[in-house]
Design a protein around this ligand. Structure first.
Ligand code: 9MR
Length: 370
C-alpha cells in the first residue's frame, strides 16, 4: 500500500507548496520516495474554485486541514452554519418573552472553520440560511415553545429578517471578505410534483418565503456576495421543471445570483447524458452556477466499481469545464470515503488512508477518461 503523507515541513516554514507535495511511504516504514500529488485548486485556478465541506472537528486538526488546503481553496461548513447550529433556541426563548420577533444567534460551532479560512486566506461558501431540514421546530412557534401555536406570517418574516441580518453583520464584522457566497434557500422543490415542498416555511409564511429570504440576504449581505438557490436531483425531469420555474420567479425578483447543483449521484443513475441536459437547461437561464455538494456512490469498493466511478467523475468534469464561464465553484461533499455522509458507498476522491482513488486522477485529468 502506498500511503501519501503531506510534507509538513513546508508548513513549519510558513507556507504550503503550490502543488501538494506528498511522500509515498512504503509499508516497511522507510520513507524516501517523494511524489507530488497534483493540486486540484491549482489545476482549475483559471476556471473555477475547487472546494470541499468540512466539519468543525476536522477544522481543528492541523494536519488534516493542511491536506485540505493543498487541494482546495474554498470551504463549506458541512453542518455548522445550518439553522439548528446557529439559532440559539434557549436565548431566543428568553428574549421572546418581551418581543415575539426576537432571534438570538451563535456561531461557536462554525468558529473553527471560519477561523481557519480567515487565517489561511481560504474562501467560504455559506450553507445554509433557509431550509426545511435541520431547523428547530420552535423557530416557527409562539415564544419558541414546544407545541405552541405557529406564529403569524408577520412575526415569522420579522424573525427571518433578523436571523439573516444578524448572520450577515456578524460575518462582516468578524470575518470580512471570507464568506463569498451563500445558499440562501436549500431544497425547496418537491421531488415528485416539482411544486414547492410542504414545510413550516410554506405553512407559516406562504409561497413568497423564498423571495423574502433572498430580499433580506441581498439587503444585509456585503456587496458582491453571491446568493444561491441550492437543490438536488436536478437531472430528473419533474424536479427540474419545478426548479426552473422557481429560478425564473426568483430571477424576476432580482435578488438571486446563482444555482447550486448538489450532484449527489450514483454510478448507475442519473446518466451523464441526463446530467448534461440538466446543466445545459439551467445554464441557459444565465445564472452563475456551482456544483455545491458533489459525490458519486458505488455499490462496492473494488477496482471495477472505482473505474466506473472515475469515468463518471471525469465525464462530468468535462461538462463542467465546457461551462466554466458560468461555474463559480466545484465543491466535493467530503474528503475521504470513511468520513462521507454515505461512507458505506465510497463516494469520494480519497480513501480512508487519504490515498487518491482513480476518481481523483479522473478529476485531475478528465481527458484521460475514455
Ligand atoms: O452531510 C450532512 C450530514 O452530516 C448531516 O447529517 C445531514 C443532515 O441533514 O446533512 C448532510 O448534508 C446535506 C446538505 O446539508 C444538504 N444537501 C444534502 C446533504 C447530504 O444529506
Amino acid at each position: 500500500m502506498r500511503r501519501f503523507l503531506l510534507v509538513l515541513l513546508a508548513l513549519a516554514l510558513g507556507g504550503l507548496p503550490a502543488c501538494a507535495e506528498a511522500s509515498a511511504t512504503p509499508d516497511n516504514g522507510s520513507t524516501e520516495e517523494v511524489v507530488e500529488l497534483p493540486s486540484l485548486k491549482e489545476i482549475y485556478a483559471d476556471r473555477f474554485d475547487v472546494g470541499i465541506c468540512v466539519g468543525n472537528r476536522a477544522a481543528s486538526q492541523a494536519e488534516y486541514m493542511a491536506f485540505v488546503e493543498s487541494q482546495f481553496n474554498i470551504l463549506t461548513a458541512e453542518n455548522e452554519l445550518k439553522p439548528d447550529a446557529v439559532l440559539d433556541v434557549g436565548m431566543s426563548f428568553v428574549k421572546a418573552r418581551e418581543d415575539e420577533t426576537a432571534v438570538v444567534v451563535r456561531f461557536d460551532a462554525a468558529k473553527p472553520i471560519l477561523d481557519y479560512a480567515k487565517e489561511h486566506g481560504m474562501k467560504v461558501h455559506g450553507h445554509v440560511l433557509v431550509w426545511h431540514n435541520q431547523t428547530p421546530d420552535v423557530f416557527f412557534r409562539e415564544g419558541y415553545r414546544n407545541s405552541a401555536p405557529l406564529v403569524s406570517r408577520e412575526v415569522m418574516l420579522a424573525r427571518l429578517e433578523s436571523y439573516i441580518a444578524q448572520i450577515m453583520e456578524y460575518m462582516d464584522e468578524n470575518y470580512p471578505g471570507v464568506i463569498v457566497s451563500w445558499d440562501v434557500v436549500n431544497e425547496a422543490v418537491d421531488d415528485t410534483t416539482g411544486e414547492l415542498r410542504d414545510s413550516l416555511w410554506l405553512q407559516v409564511v406562504g409561497e413568497d418565503y423564498l423571495a423574502r429570504a433572498f430580499e433580506y440576504a441581498r439587503k444585509y449581505a456585503p456587496e458582491g456576495t453571491l446568493l444561491y438557490y441550492n437543490d438536488y436531483n436536478t437531472a430528473y425531469f419533474n424536479k427540474q421543471n419545478g426548479i426552473v420555474k422557481l429560478l425564473e420567479a426568483l430571477m424576476a425578483e432580482g435578488n438571486i445570483d446563482g444555482y447550486g447543483f448538489q450532484m449527489h449521484h450514483g454510478i448507475a443513475t442519473p446518466t451523464v447524458k441526463e446530467i448534461a441536459a440538466s446543466v445545459e437547461r439551467i445554464a441557459k437561464l444565465g445564472l452563475k452556477l456551482r456544483v455545491s455538494e458533489w459525490d458519486i456512490t458505488v455499490p462496492g469498493n473494488d477496482e471495477a466499481n472505482f473505474a466506473k466511478q472515475a469515468r463518471m467523475y471525469g465525464e462530468i468534469m468535462k461538462l463542467l469545464i465546457d461551462h466554466a464561464d458560468q461555474f463559480e465553484a466545484v465543491q466535493f461533499w467530503g474528503l475521504t470515503d470513511n468520513l462521507s455522509w454515505r461512507a458505506s458507498q465510497y463516494p469520494l476522491l480519497f480513501d480512508a488512508d487519504r490515498n487518491p482513488k482513480p476518481a481523483f486522477w479522473a478529476v485531475v485529468d478528465p481527458e484521460s477518461v475514455e
